[in-house]
Design a protein around this ligand. Structure first.
Ligand code: COA
Ligand code: AMP
Length: 631
């Protein structure tokens, strides 16, 4: 049996022994009583009875064990012209002081703290400071507009928001404080305190006594020690898109999460303590939580926090510059970033300027890796390119080519094999296990391993209904795909209305809610159409109310602006067309999948239940006007 098979089979056959062994590699303030508590199945808890602190394990443990002077975090910001190294000692001290500042503002164990920040080191400091005192952080991606932030504030009910005066996008400054103020106005939950990091690019006006300056708060504070919490206590809530406008709050615990994070660095990424690991994502996404902040630090690596883009900051050589300058051994990003680089520098001329001999492996995730992109990346970098699959809910890779266990033969288009702890299969609509190569709903066997979601914030029923109810004993991933005869997992598409735009997960349902709120709109549909750069782009099809006589261009502009101001620029909603009717079944179900096929130029069968097939021709015409299908 191969090393992978031995490890994989053991993880499923003896999960408690397997994960206990991994847990021993971290520091426990009190050892767990039960490795896997199944008393509330199908909701499981890992390391029940244990007491643990994630911040202690990510920082203090390394300071006390010889890594005090090693770089823990390198902030590299081409948009502000800054590179700054934080040693483990410095990061621990900064975090301890900020944890004290949180305490001074009244934050207690179990309280929620919303973090709405750009890619500055203070975002990671705020996360770790919450972990230090047992507060629960909820980071909201900076590209979301005020109403989205308000929704998350209302659900998480934070006692404090940490923010910054501005973010710096390529070529423009985005003031965060007006967005924060607007969100605080919109939310019904009233937040008593905010701590705001003033950045020189745009200084925010603070409203005393609610708003406090970061520097002042941190300078005045006494450092706070790590508070051991129950291993099963929540470390963070991270909202992700569901099928409606209401985001889902994924809850991650302290103990199981840390065990899985550290294990994944070793087993999946093959990164040793002391090595430099870079995930070019944003702390607002799960990749940022897991692989910019927690996993590299728990493993004693140096992590890179990059405030910039793959292109335009200043050019398509930006990634190569960072890898070479900081001697990155393992790099993780989304395929869309490589497509952007390839578009600007197809022959990799900029690559020649840098010594990339330090780079061992490139990992891609967040969206489907198209074989062209994988091949190009491989040709350019001359290192293994590993596609791996996971989701916000899972917190770490579930299908991967585990470099630290045993590299497996690559099959382009497949994310390779299930990671130890995850049993993957495809089920048909009735829950029958499908055979090799048969496409169905991809599911993972319960209990999921440590590090996966423990529940949904304020909504345990939602967790059960959305993920557990469809197939008892299995977790529904929301992706369709198959497992082949060699056990390789193949991801085909989402089974719901979630789309993936530049590696960002977005809900078309949320966009439809915004469009439907326009006074002239009778009904609408938003579909994800294939895009060569961003993977998918949202396209809106809108039916106006009878008698609306305003110029259509004006209405379309308002719709685009509406999504931008209510969801955010990150939605990339820039294309919409007005149609007389939407294609529907006779029972009134909008035929989104058929419209998606029209937009992508894919063959489709007109559903037998369609109300009026002629409408499809009209929609096809409208899509053609928007440039779909792409030539
Ligand atoms: N704060 C404010 N606005 C933001 C933002 C943030 N943190 N992040 C993105 N935006 C804005 C962008 O400025 C852009 O605005 P625009 O419509 O005015 O141009 C819009 O949101 C869309 O952003 P994005 O999808 O990132 O497009 P882009 O054209 O700026 O860059 C890529 C395209 C491919 C280079 C970029 O998407 C990228 O690097 N993707 C990598 C994917 C990634 O990191 N995924 C995370 C999961 S692994
Ligand atoms: P997120 O929760 O934002 O990480 O998005 C998760 C979704 O992104 C998954 O359910 C998939 O639909 C998609 N996804 C993530 N990684 C991959 C991958 N490697 N291949 C194909 N799809 C992926």
């Amino acid at each position: 049996m191969s090393r992978y098979q031995t490890e994989y089979r053991r993880s499923l056959a003896e999960p408690e022994a397997f994960w206990a062994e991994q847990a021993e590699k971290l520091h426990w303030h009190q050892r767990w009583g039960k490795v896997l508590d199944d008393s509330n199945a199908p909701l499981y808890r890992w390391f029940a009875g244990g007491r643990f602190n994630t911040c202690y394990n990510a920082l203090d443990r390394h300071v006390e064990n010889g890594r005090a002077d090693q770089a823990a975090l390198i902030y590299d910001s081409p948009v502000t012209g800054t590179v700054r190294h934080y040693s483990y000692r410095e990061l621990r001290d900064t975090v301890a002081r900020f944890a004290g500042a949180l305490r001074a503002q009244g934050v207690r164990q179990g309280d929620r703290v919303v973090i709405y920040m750009p890619m500055v080191p203070e975002a990671a400091v705020a996360m770790l400071a919450c972990a230090r005192i047992g507060a629960i952080h909820s980071v909201v991606f900076g590209g979301f507009a005020a109403p989205e932030l308000a929704k998350r504030i209302d659900d998480a009910q934070p006692v404090l928001v940490v923010s910054a005066s501005c973010g710096v996008e390529a070529g423009r400054i985005i003031e965060y404080k007006p967005l924060l103020d607007q969100a605080l106005e919109l939310s019904s939950h009233k937040v008593p305190h905010c701590i705001v990091l003033q950045r020189p690019q745009a200084v925010a006006s603070l409203q005393a006594p609610r708003d406090v300056d970061w520097q002042e708060a941190a300078t005045a504070a006494a450092p706070a020690d790590c508070v051991p919490v129950a291993a099963t206590d929540p470390l963070y809530v991270l909202y992700t898109s569901g099928t409606t406008g209401k985001p889902k709050g994924v809850v991650r615990d302290h103990g199981g999460h840390a065990v899985a994070m550290r294990y994944s660095m070793e087993a999946v990424y093959d990164v040793k303590p002391g090595e430099v690991f870079w995930a070019a994502s944003d702390v607002g996404w799960v990749v940022g939580h897991s692989y910019i902040v927690y996993a590299p630090l728990l493993q004693g690596c140096t992590t890179i926090l990059y405030e910039g883009k793959p292109v335009g900051t200043p050019d398509a050589g930006a990634f190569w510059r960072v890898i070479s300058q900081h001697r990155v051994s393992t790099f993780f990003t989304a395929p869309t970033a490589f497509r952007a680089i390839k578009k600007e520098d197809p022959r990799g001329e900029l690559l020649k300027k840098y010594d990339l001999s330090c780079l061992r492996t490139l990992f891609l995730a967040g969206e489907r890796s198209d074989p062209d992109t994988i091949q190009w990346a491989q040709q350019m970098l001359q290192v293994p390119v590993v596609d791996h699959w996971w989701q916000t809910e899972l917190g770490w890779p579930a299908i991967a080519n585990c470099q630290g266990i045993e590299p497996m033969p690559v099959k382009p288009g497949s994310s390779t094999v299930p990671v130890p702890g995850f049993e993957l299969c495809a089920l048909d609509a009735d829950g029958k296990r499908l055979g090799a190569d048969e496409i169905g709903n991809l599911v993972l066997k319960l209990p999921l391993p440590p590090g996966t979601l423990s529940t949904m914030w304020n909504n345990e029923q939602g967790y059960r209904d959305n993920y557990l109810a469809r197939y008892p004993g299995w977790y529904l991933t929301g992706d369709a795909g198959y497992v082949d005869g060699d056990g390789y997992g193949w991801i085909m598409s989402r089974i719901d209305d979630i789309i993936n735009v530049a590696g960002h997960r977005l809900s078309t349902g949320a966009m439809e809610e915004v469009l439907a709120g326009h006074p002239d709109v009778a009904e609408c549909a938003v579909i994800g159409a294939a895009d060569t750069l961003k993977g998918q782009l949202p396209v809106g099809l809108v039916v106006l109310k009878a008698g609306v006589g305003r110029p259509q261009d004006e209405i379309l502009r308002e719709l685009v602006e509406r999504v931008r101001s209510q969801i955010g620029a990150v939605a990339c909603f820039k294309q919409a067309a007005i149609v007389a009717r939407l294609p529907k079944t006779r029972s009134g179900k909008v035929l989104r999948a058929t419209m998606r096929s029209l937009a992508d130029g894919k063959p489709y069968t007109v559903p037998a239940t369609i109300d009026d097939p002629k409408i499809l021709d009209e929609v096809a015409g409208a899509l053609k006007g928007l440039g779909y299908p792409a030539a």
